[in-house]
Design a protein around this ligand. Structure first.
Ligand code: UD1
Length: 366
């Protein structure tokens, strides 16, 4: 029986690991072992995703918590190296681009273990983003590179990675959406929040570049408040952003904006319900660019670059500066409402990515 570690550390990892855990758990030749690094630890950033996505409690919890990048990465590496020595997994699956992804890949590879990277090959070409460093390093050392889109294959080829290590399996996040569709449709969070379907926007912001300086965050909040005068907004606030809003004395500014509803981070099902019924999303998240692409919801990504250009090509996503938001957002909403904007769902974003990964793993381990 092959033992496969599935590493999850931070919020965007849980919905990538869940479909794979479910698919592997049905197999008789292997056993999925869920490892939670503890990078995210608040109930609404972590536990709720386990219950929403039908995941069991992690087999191992490394409990690393927060810290500087080096501290957090080092803590994950130290704890995970020890776990690898004790358990000797046959394959270590790391997902996405968070610090836990890179840390576990390095720790496992230095023990000569087989490592697979799910969501390989994405590049923003912006090395000031911590996630870009995590992507580059993880891809450079992983044995199996599972990509979501052709641009990812091309990025890896350009970096000299042999085609034999690259397998385009599709987008695993769409598996979660498909798997949870029934629950998402029933959740009706818009109703519970007193919002009219297709008549509100959703905001999420947490990237250091947008929230870690007073000038950037103040400008972002001003733009959001202005947009909210034409479209009411809901803002489930990431703990990093909440901490900065308080630290920079911006709490009152937000409280005075009656058309911006700030709430705590939401669980997976509630958040997907909120997205499915909204008119527009303003975000700096990576995953939300993909989820809106699949759902056909217009997304404005407040970043200078995206590692997910396929969402722009497909017609759902566009990049904008914070300063452009107040002009852009109302135009996007009205274009979509009048039915002008089309979108296409990228190839292999079909809910069957986990099955393709199981087949790939079986080949690699036989
Ligand atoms: C991390 C990922 C980012 C991902 C994001 C999604 C890295 C480098 N970044 O960013 O790619 O998009 O998660 O959420 O790995 N905190 C809490 N409670 C928690 C978790 C964090 O209060 O459960 C606080 C921490 O104290 C810290 C801040 O949030 O101050 C940032 O957490 P961290 O994990 O370092 O990075 P994120 O900004 O969440």
């Amino acid at each position: 029986m092959k033992s496969i570690h599935l590493i999850a550390g931070a919020r965007p990892n849980f919905m990538k690991v869940a479909p794979l855990w479910h698919a592997l758990n049905k197999e008789t030749w292997c056993k999925p072992v869920l490892v939670h690094t503890g990078q995210h630890y608040d109930a609404m950033m972590s536990d709720v995703f386990f219950s929403d996505l039908g995941l069991p409690a992690p087999d191992f919890h490394l409990g690393v918590g927060s810290g500087s990048h080096a501290q957090q990465t080092a803590a994950v590496m130290t704890a995970y190296e020890e776990l690898c020595r004790q358990t000797a997994p046959d394959n270590v699956v790391v997902v996405g681009d968070v610090n836990s992804t890179m840390a576990c890949a390095i720790a496992a590879k230095k023990l000569h273990l087989q490592v697979s990277h799910l969501e390989a090959g994405l590049r923003s070409f912006d090395r000031t983003m911590p996630e870009e460093i995590n992507r580059l390093l993880t891809d450079a050392i992983s044995d199996l590179l599972w990509t979501p889109s052709p641009d990812a294959d091309e990025n890896l080829a350009r970096e000299g990675i042999p085609a034999s290590r690259i397998d385009r399996v599709g987008n695993i996040m769409i598996d979660s959406l498909v798997m949870m569709q029934g629950a998402i449709e029933k959740a009706e969070i818009a109703k519970r929040l007193g919002l009219e379907k297709k008549n509100y926007g959703v905001v999420t912001l947490h990237r250091p570049i947008n929230v870690d300086t007073v000038d950037a965050l103040d400008a972002a909040l001003s733009a959001i408040i202005e947009v909210s005068s034409s479209l009411p907004l809901v803002f489930p606030m990431h703990p990093r952003t909440k901490a900065r809003v308080e630290e920079f004395g911006l709490t009152k500014k937000l409280q005075q904006a009656a058309t911006v509803k700030v709430c705590s981070p939401l669980g997976y099902v509630d958040f997907m319900s909120l997205l499915s019924d909204c008119a527009l999303v303003i975000t700096d998240s990576g995953g939300i660019q993909e989820e809106t692409c699949y759902l056909g919801i217009p997304c404005i990504t407040v970043r200078e670059s995206t590692e997910r250009p396929v969402t722009v090509a497909s017609g759902s996503n566009r990049l904008a500066q914070m300063t452009d938001l107040t002009n852009l957002a109302p135009q996007v909403v009205s274009a979509w409402k009048s039915g002008h904007a089309g979108r296409t769902i990228p190839d292999r974003w079909d809910g069957k990515t986990a099955d393709r990964i199981v087949a790939s793993l079986k080949r690699a381990l036989s």
